[in-house]
Each structure stands twice: as C-alpha cells, then as structure tokens.
Design a protein around this ligand. Sequence first.
Ligand code: ZN
Ligand code: ZN
Length: 60
Amino acid sequence: MTYCGRCGRDLTDGNHESCAQALALEPPRYCAECRRRMVVQVHPTGWSARCSVHGDLVAG
Ligand SMILES: [Zn+2]
Ligand SMILES: [Zn+2]
C-alpha cells in the first residue's frame, strides 16, 4: 500500500484517518499501488474496483 484509496495521496502525506473510516463503508477510488483511478462497480452484495494495471479488487 503506497497510495490512499480514497484521496489518492501518498499515505505518508498527511493524515488519512478519515479516509480509512470512509473506506470501511465505500469502495476505494484510487489504486493503492499505482494511484490510477479505478473503475468502481457497486453490487447488491458489495463492490468491485478495477485497476487497468493491477486488476480487480473485490470486497463485500
Ligand atoms: Zn487519504
Ligand atoms: Zn494499479
């Protein structure tokens, strides 16, 4: 994990406590490894987020 999945900034840059709380409830917008915007789909059972480089991240 290098980048914040919610705000896309470096995890060492600032405080991401509120981001971490939000990510407990909603899908990430940015790939944690490359910071690309991910394609997020919300399903009745959860969500999936796809990075064009790193593939799918699934939760729910
Ligand atoms: Zn953040
Ligand atoms: Zn990625």
